[in-house]
Design a binder for this molecule. Sequence first.
Ligand code: FES
Length: 273
Amino acid sequence: MSQSIFRKFRRGRAATTPRNEVGMARTKQVVLRIKRQSNPREAARWEEFALPWRPSLNVIICLRDIAENPVTRDGKRTTPVSYDSNCLEEVCGSCAMLINGKARMACSALVDQLDQPIRIEPMSKFPVVRDLSVDRQFMFESLKRVKAWIPIDGSYDLGEGPRVAPETQEKAYPLSRCISCGNCLEVCPQVNEHSDFMGAAIFSQVRLFNMHPTGGMHAKERLQAAMGHGGIEDCANAQNCVKACPKEIPLTESLAEINRQAWKQALLGWLIG
Ligand code: FES
């Protein structure tokens, strides 16, 4: 009895919902305004595209559709828009861009939740490679500067690592979710052409690796780098970073913690000499 009701319910849905969606897809359009730039030296220009709407469309799928058929809204053939993406599930961090003026991940930006025309621009704090693709090398160099890793010696089996207390694991896990997208640098007023401020993501990684029992062995070197040029003292506490982080990492807590650790190390160095 209950199974037949279930079948009837499914038949009902199958008969109505998709037909509605097909009807909407025939009439509704998605309009995108995209900032284009063939290379870093060329002046930027805008192009507008119109695509047929379909359910659950996100910005990356729109860009892929444009790449398949690069024709502008007024019917001119153009080149495919360049952009970076990989995982399509907010894990790799490569698809960060400005969507309607906001730094966010294109693979999780649903078209139905955006005002149209959807304005898409490359991130402004990183050099443009082409169109929406930017060079985030600065961030990766900063991660190298602060040794954002746990060094493991030798090529032989080192056995089990040290045990990590559950309370430490709970604090570390949110920090380990960083995808190096660069959104926190994009929204930070301290990251600009006059400063080399490394940005919140970097200090959060310093905190993560310093709290690990093995990583902590290099805490001093990490803090030394965090106190150097472009370091923690350049943070002006604007707190935009924490709002822009797609993984909800407690970035302001990390900045405060690294500031505290840096002061402690500096003070001890001064007292002990
Ligand atoms: S494609 Fe990987 S985060 Fe968007």
